[in-house]
Each structure stands twice: as structure tokens, then as C-alpha cells.
Design a protein around this ligand. Structure first.
Ligand code: ADP
Ligand code: MG
Length: 679
């Protein structure tokens, strides 16, 4: 263990940040805001917090103060906190901890270094706008320009004037750094000198038709060409990092790679590590395992590995040139995940990952000409995403006139207006754009406003189903409840059918949880039960935990836990919360997918998501509400429940009928038409 500690210390001393520690600290001491620029792996995320701690920033005249470091992603917050706790030789969750949504691994009496998602810091600002417990805030990975980064930086412009003693440190890759400096007026830029080696870049000659196949081919070529034998064993010259877009193509890449390797007679050993943000953290940790010269490692990652996760020992980068981004279509109020070409800045960032330990090579799976049509910088999230959550938050912070908020880059008017309209539509804002009581209550829950509304309504005597609704909301907050391995898809579908409650995906989810919970109480092997039913035990355990936390929030808000008297209580509550996301059946396709039209979006055609339990049922009425709209090959409604159209009219009356006629009187710019419908 002592040798282990010595290695850790040695590693720390070797980081580029260590060499400039003194100047770095002086700059931070002399300025309220410091912009820090440094290569990936220079020690920004893991070292800065520790330096500040060593310099006494966690102790103000005997009073404990906290150093916070925000991350755009949950995964990074967890894994970095773990690493730093090891470096500081303490138990994770004590001196060093992390907080992400629904998971708090900190100790209010002990924690002095706290990694957290940006969303968590925003929620803390709601509770304590002065952030009194903190002495330093590091906004890490600011160049990524996540929506929450932008909102936080805007809020800090004001907060810093009220708290002159608070230090703000913004870390950034080279891209965007000047923008932050300008935003904060006189903030100095501190560059951590980095050791980087040249990276040779190869482009594809032709546009490839299948980037997964192309990537697998490239991995194999690199691997086979650059492995050699030494005293009877294989030796390799460095690891491979592959950039893909998301879980799906990452898994296919890994599968295909394994398949191809299996076909080879006597391949050099290759360890394959997928990494994406929703994968279990224990699996993610594996990518940090020590380099084994005899076994080459290939890490197949999303753009999480671009800057936020430092994987050491990479010599080869394979870049598919694409990234999955969330795009919000304000006309349809629909978030879509779309795969788009990366920007030049991203391409450079990705290539750079090959030159950290020595000269490296990057294979770009796109042509050199494709570069011409790339954006220089990625479009910041605030200009392309749903702003409902952020607007609700700003309204709760009494920022009444959103137009006067100091945005780094302003969101497009359309996006802003539609988000405000949506908040009005669900009753979070009144006709003058002010927060309603309902809207204020929604902010108590760290979930989408509509889901919060579900819980709030369900707690009223009229709807009387909060007991079930928190389960449904918790189930909707966790991906991958059902497992559906490709080779056993039929079996999985049959297992799933057993849980179906007619005409409602929401009630089906509730039923899954209820059955699981009953069996948890029995003395049976729950893991075997889950396997038999194609359910993911880990996800269900997480649901249980989230449910517990929602319950705590309900308690502290004095909301009663009410058991439903019938399923209709639940359906009614769903209609009352989701009337703005309703559709009407128009074509019952006997063979295929029935066709619906939206009651709102200019009668756009929509379909049942392939995983919906409604797909094979005869629908008793023609109206449904849906949780979300996803666009893949078609516009699919996801999580659907059949509702009585009278309920839609009853609860959504204002939305469906008054919206148009009041258009001029409402102080919100209403940009949507066709709010009216024929139900
Ligand atoms: P930066 O934020 O500047 O990109 P980091 O502080 O994240 O750099 O990383 C500094 C060093 O710490 C890197 O060499 C990285 O490999 C190592 N490191 C970071 N996280 C872990 C971890 N979870 N396990 C092992 N090493 C890690
Ligand atoms: Mg970092």
C-alpha cells in the first residue's frame, strides 16, 4: 500500500499542472475569476481542487468551506471524485465526495472537495443563492458549453459582485477560452504548458458508407500491423481510442470486433472497453486499469473521451467524425437526438488525444474535403436545446426578464419563446409570464417540469394517486428497465407481454415495479427472477432509490402519499399533466403501426414506439397522451396511455381553446398556431 501511495504521489508530481502550481495559485489568489487552459490530462480536474485545499481554501477562520468542481456529465463527476479520494487517501464520500442527481456521496460535516454535475450546483443556487458554503467554484470543461455551463456563468456574473470572496475558476480547452475571458471582463488566462507530441492525421480517400465497419477494419489493421513478438509473447506499441456516437454503435463496434477477432487463427490479445455515459460505473472504471504491455487496449467511446475522461497510453485515435447531439425542434416541441458531423475544434481535440504519451496517429474515417463543410466550433447547447428547465429555474430565481439575462450567446428567440410557451401550457407560468404556485412547486423536484406536475397533481385529493405516481415517475427516470438481448428478442418480448396493463405503458411500468417489489419481499433469488423476466435488476434498484428520494421531497413539501382508488385516477392524472402531448388515432393499421395525429402540432402524423405495449392491442378510445416524442425513422410517441378525450378537454381547456383567443392579451409571445383541436 505504501508503494502504491508513493506511485500516486509520483504520478501527481509528474503532471503538467504541478510544475506551475505556485504561479497558478498566485493567479487565483490575485483574481476573483481565472480562466485556466490546459491540455487533456494536464491535471485540471483532479489537481486544482487539491491545490486549493492545500492552500487553505477550505478553512475560513476555522469555518469549513467547500471547493466545488462541476462536470457536464455524471460519469465524470463520479470517476474523478473516486480518483481524487484515492489520491488524498480518504474514503469516497468523506473529505472528497460527489453529488449527482439522485445520488449524494458527500458528508455535510466532512466534505471539503465536492465534484458535482452542473445541474446540482444550479439546484443548490435555488436553495442558497449566495452559495455560502463554498469558497471556490471550478466550472470544469466549460469549452463544452453545455446549457447548464452557460446558465451558471450567467448567474455568476451577478453573484460574484455580491460575494467578493468567492473564487470562480473556469477551465477550458483552447477553444472558447477567449470568449470566457471577455465575458468576465478582466479575468486572466492561465495556460498550463503541456507536453504534446506530433500527431499524424490520415483521412479516408472516399466517404465510407458504414462507419462502424470502417472503424472495426481500422482497429484490426492498426492492431495486427503494430503488434510484435518478444520472447514468445506479443508486445504492442500503444492503445487505441475510437470515437463513436453512442451506446448503440459502440456496442455494435465491440461485437463486430470480437466476431472478427474470433475468426482469426492466432490474434495478439486485444482488450475491448466500451464507454458511454449511461453504462454502469464499475464497468467504466475498468478503462483506467494499468497499462499491460502484452495486451493492447481499445477504448470505444462517445465524445465523453474527447476531454472529460482522460484515458492514458493512447497512441492511435480512430475518429468517425460524428457526434450525437440533442436538438430541440421548437415547432414540434420535440427533442431529437441527431448524429451530426463534429466541428473542426472537436476534430482537433480528438486527434490530440493520440499525442499525449508520444507521437501518435489519427485515422479520420472521413475525407479531407469533408472538413470544408464543418463548423469551426460546435453550436452551444443553449442555441439548440429545450430551455424549459432553465427558464423555470431562472424564473424561480426571480429573473423575471429573461431577455436581460447575461447570456454568453443568446438563445434564438424562437427557442426561448417556445420554452416559455410550453411552461405556460403546463401551468407553470401565468398569462403574464410570472411563475405560478404550481410552477414554484415544480422546482422542488429535480425532474422535468411535467413529471413534477404529475406528482404534484397526484397528491391532490381529486387525483389521489401519488403513491403510484412516484413509482411511475421513477421508472420513467431510468433507462433500460427491460433487457432485450438480440439473440433472445422473442423470448424477451414474451416476458414483457406478461406485465402489460391494457392501453397504458405507464401502468405497465407501474406493474413491473410492483411485481418486482413483491418478489423482492419474498425469499427468492431476485436476480434469477429478473433474468427470467428480462428485467434489469440494477435499474430496478435504482428506481427504488429514486422513488425513496422523491418521497423525501414530497415529505418535505408536505405532499400526502395517496393510494389510487382505481386505474382511472392514474389515467386522469396523466391526462391532466400531459394534455399538451396528446394524439388521436386516425388509421388502425391491421398489420403495421397505427397512425395518430398530434392534437397540437399542425396535425402531424405520429406513431407508437416499437416498444409500446399498445402496439398489439385494440384501442377502446381514440385518444392518447404520450411522455415524449422521439424522431428516429418516424415521429414516435414514447410511453403512451389511452385517455378519455373529455379529460383532455377538461384539464387542457385553457390550452386548447383559450390560447388562441387570448394570444394578444397574454404577455408571452405565442408563436405556435393550431392550439385548437376537434376533440
Ligand atoms: P485534465 O482535467 O487536465 O484533463 P485530469 O486531472 O483529469 O486532467 O487527469 C490527470 C491525470 O490523472 C491523468 O493522467 C489521468 O490519467 C489520471 N486520472 C484521472 N482520473 C483517473 C482515474 N479515475 N483513475 C486513474 N487515473 C486517473
Ligand atoms: Mg478534466
Amino acid at each position: 500500500d505504501d508503494t502504491n501511495r508513493e506511485t500516486i504521489l509520483e504520478q501527481r508530481r509528474n503532471l503538467p499542472a504541478f510544475a506551475v502550481k505556485h504561479d497558478l495559485i498566485t493567479t487565483i489568489r490575485d483574481n476573483q475569476v481565472t480562466i485556466i487552459i490546459g491540455e487533456t490530462g494536464s491535471g485540471k480536474t483532479t489537481q486544482l481542487t487539491q491545490y486549493l485545499y492545500e492552500e487553505g481554501f477550505t478553512n475560513l477562520n476555522g469555518v469549513k468551506q467547500v471547493i466545488a468542481c462541476t462536470q457536464p456529465r455524471r460519469v465524470a463527476a463520479m470517476s474523478v471524485a473516486k480518483r481524487v479520494s484515492e489520491e488524498m487517501n480518504c474514503k469516497l464520500g468523506q473529505e472528497v465526495g460527489f453529488t449527482i442527481r439522485f445520488e449524494d456521496k458527500t458528508d455535510p460535516n466532512k466534505t471539503i472537495i465536492k465534484y458535482m454535475t452542473e445541474g446540482i450546483l444550479l439546484r443548490e443556487i435555488l436553495v442558497d443563492p449566495m452559495l455560502t458554503n463554498y469558497s471556490c467554484i471550478i466550472i470544469d470543461e466549460a469549452h463544452e458549453r453545455s446549457l447548464n455551463t452557460d446558465i451558471l456563468l450567467g448567474l455568476f456574473r451577478n453573484l460574484l459582485m455580491k460575494r467578493r470572496d468567492l473564487k470562480l475558476i473556469v477551465t477550458s480547452a483552447t477553444m472558447n477560452a477567449d470568449k470566457f475571458t471577455r465575458f468576465f471582463g478582466t479575468a486572466p488566462q492561465f495556460t498550463i504548458p503541456g507536453r504534446t507530441y506530433p500527431v499524424e492525421v490520415f483521412f479516408n480517400k472516399n466517404t465510407c458508407s458504414d462507419y462502424v465497419e470502417a472503424a472495426v477494419k481500422q482497429i484490426l489493421t492498426v492492431h495486427l500491423r503494430n503488434s510484435s513478438m518478444s520472447s514468445g509473447e506479443y508486445v504492442n506499441d500503444g492503445d487505441i481510442l475510437v470515437f463513436m456516437t453512442g451506446q448503440e454503435d459502440i456496442e455494435i463496434t465491440c461485437d463486430l470486433l470480437r466476431e472478427k477477432l474470433d475468426l482469426l487463427e492466432n490474434p495478439p490479445p486485444l482488450d475491448i472497453y466500451p464507454i458511454y455515459s449511461t453504462m454502469p460505473s464499475d464497468l467504466q472504471r475498468k478503462i483506467f486499469t494499468k497499462k499491460n504491455l502484452r495486451r493492447r487496449k481499445v477504448v470505444v467511446a462517445t465524445n465523453i473521451a474527447e476531454t472529460s475522461l482522460t484515458v492514458d497510453g493512447i497512441k492511435y485515435v480512430i475518429d468517425c467524425g460524428l457526434v450525437k447531439v440533442k436538438l430541440y425542434n421548437p415547432k414540434l416541441s420535440m427533442d431529437t437526438l441527431q448524429v451530426v458531423p463534429i466541428s473542426l475544434a472537436n476534430a482537433d481535440q480528438r486527434s490530440g488525444r493520440a499525442g499525449r504519451v508520444g507521437p501518435g496517429i489519427t485515422y479520420r474515417l472521413y475525407t479531407e474535403r469533408a472538413i470544408d463543410s464543418m463548423y469551426i466550433q460546435p453550436i452551444p447547447e443553449i442555441q439548440r436545446t429545450n430551455l424549459c428547465n432553465s427558464m423555470l429555474l431562472l424564473k424561480s430565481l426571480h429573473i423575471e426578464d429573461i431577455n436581460r439575462f447575461p447570456f454568453l450567446d443568446s438563445p434564438p428567440k424562437d427557442l426561448l419563446n417556445c420554452s416559455l410557451y410550453d411552461l405556460w401550457a403546463i401551468g407553470a407560468l401565468d398569462n403574464l409570464g410570472a411563475l405560478t404556485q404550481l410552477g414554484k412547486s415544480m422546482t422542488k423536484f429535480p425532474i422535468e417540469p411535467t413529471l413534477a406536475k404529475l406528482i404534484l397533481l397526484a397528491s391532490r385529493p381529486e387525483f389521489h394517486c401519488s403513491e403510484e405516481m412516484i413509482t411511475i415517475v421513477a421508472m420513467l427516470s431510468v433507462p433500460n428497465i427491460f433487457s432485450r438481448p438480440k439473440e433472445r428478442a422473442k423470448e424477451a418480448d414474451m416476458a414483457r407481454d406478461k406485465f402489460v396493463i391494457a392501453e397504458s405503458d405507464h401502468l405497465t411500468l407501474l406493474n413491473v415495479y410492483t411485481q418486482w417489489n413483491i418478489n423482492m419481499g419474498k425469499r427468492i433469488n431476485i436476480s434469477a427472477w429478473c433474468n427470467k423476466n428480462f428485467l434489469q435488476l440494477k435499474s430496478l434498484l435504482r428506481v427504488k432509490d429514486i422513488r425513496k428520494q422523491l418521497l423525501l421531497i414530497m415529505n418535505s413539501s408536505k405532499l400526502p402519499l395517496l393510494k389510487s382508488r382505481s386505474d382511472d385516477d392514474i389515467r386522469k392524472c396523466l391526462a391532466a399533466s400531459f394534455y399538451h402531448q396528446a394524439a388521436k388515432l386516425t388509421k388502425m393499421n391491421l398489420s403495421g403501426n397505427p397512425e395518430f395525429v398530434s392534437l397540437r402540432h399542425n396535425y402531424m402524423k405520429m406513431y407508437l414506439h416499437p416498444t409500446s405495449s399498445l402496439l398489439d392491442s385494440n384501442l377502446s378510445t381514440n385518444f392518447v397522451i404520450y411522455h415524449e416524442l422521439v424522431l428516429t425513422t418516424k415521429e414516435y410517441m414514447n410511453y403512451i396511455t389511452v385517455v378519455d378525450p373529455m379529460w383532455l378537454l377538461q384539464f387542457g381547456y385553457k390550452f386548447y381553446t383559450v390560447a388562441d383567443s387570448y394570444k394578444d392579451k397574454i404577455n408571452l409571445p405565442i408563436t405556435k398556431k393550431n392550439g385548437r383541436n376537434d376533440c
